[in-house]
Design a protein around this ligand. Structure first.
Ligand SMILES: [Zn+2]
Length: 255
């Protein structure tokens, strides 16, 4: 089942899903419907025809510009489509067909959308995180991590960040973490269980610190101008889902 025709089919399907994720990324923060109307150029408003909607291929064929007004199309479109295609192929290769694959791909799609919306708009829409908590918990009855670990994960994930957020507010009288962050970690906890939620938080903190130090050293601004925490949670959860058990074994072997 890991022959290349299967991986290629998974990648093509992933690219099509990625095209839909682009629609979500563009429309959710603007409060627009994700199913209607058809995709159009953001500048001139002309509806795209089918051959301009082919994932990745259209962007290359159009050389990154609208066919009518010549306005540059955001590089985000082919990047999100490519990332989603790679994720589907990797997921198929790692898990094979089954409920675990479905669960991990649904989580992965949510993470891609949350990463990009948080990076662009500094918000984590409830329309993704709240249904994500429910769907992740529902999946846990049929696959990893099991409903008990999922329940503890979503309570722990939400609770830790909520406590940190209130603690920071109490000390500094300003919001350090957005309220969206703890809902996002609760969603991750529901999908991955409490153990991998801790790995997620650790990976997010480490990658956040590395980027923060890099920004300070290169004088591109202080911590305040760094990327929002949701982007690091997304990366941390991806690392935890793929390499979490190995990371935990390695960490425990140090003691
Ligand atoms: Zn246009």
């Amino acid at each position: 089942m890991t022959d290349w025709p299967f991986l290629l089919a998974a990648a093509v399907f992933g690219a099509v899903v990625g095209s839909f994720l682009n629609v979500c990324i563009y429309r959710l923060p603007r409060g627009a419907s994700i199913v209607w109307p058809a995709s159009a150029c953001a500048r001139c408003g002309r509806t795209l025809s089918w051959f301009e909607n082919v994932p990745i291929v259209s962007y290359v064929a159009l050389r990154g510009r609208c066919r009518s007004c010549g306005d540059p199309i955001s590089l985000r479109y082919p990047i999100v489509e490519t990332m989603t295609a790679l994720m589907f192929a990797l997921g198929w290769w790692l898990y094979g067909p089954g409920v675990l694959l479905a669960s991990r791909l649904v989580l992965g799609c949510a993470l891609i959308v949350l990463f990009e919306i948080d990076r662009e708009h500094q918000i984590l829409p409830h329309a993704i995180t709240l249904p994500g908590i429910v769907v992740g918990f529902a999946f846990s009855f049929f696959t990893e991590p099991g409903w008990e670990a999922s329940l503890v994960g979503l309570l722990l994930g939400g609770g830790i960040l909520l406590a940190l957020g209130y603690g920071y507010y109490f000390l500094r009288h300003e919001e350090g973490l957005g309220m969206g962050d703890f809902k996002m970690l609760a969603m991750i906890g529901a999908f991955l269980g409490w153990r991998l939620t801790l790995v997620t938080l650790m990976m997010a903190s480490i990658s956040g610190s590395i980027v923060g130090i890099f920004l300070i050293l290169t004088r591109r601004g202080g911590m305040k101008s760094a990327l929002p925490f949701g982007t690091f949670l997304a990366v941390g959860a991806a690392v935890a889902a793929i390499a979490g058990p190995d990371l935990m074994n390695w960490y425990l072997s140090l003691w």
